[in-house]
Write a protein that binds this ligand. Sequence first.
Ligand SMILES: [Zn+2]
Length: 61
Amino acid sequence: MAGSALRDAYAAAAVLGCPVERVGRCASCTAYIHRYGPGGNPLCAGCRAQLTASGTASATR
Ligand SMILES: [Zn+2]
């Protein structure tokens, strides 16, 4: 059953304030985030902060 996962995605969409079809999993920690569409990001804020702290961000510019 994928029902609970779908419900989690809808709950995340409500918290994030974005359409559920734009909700996805963080590529690093698999947390539900606004991943797709305008303003979306494949990483959550926490993982982005970690990447920036480790200096990987300079490689993405
Ligand atoms: Zn993350």
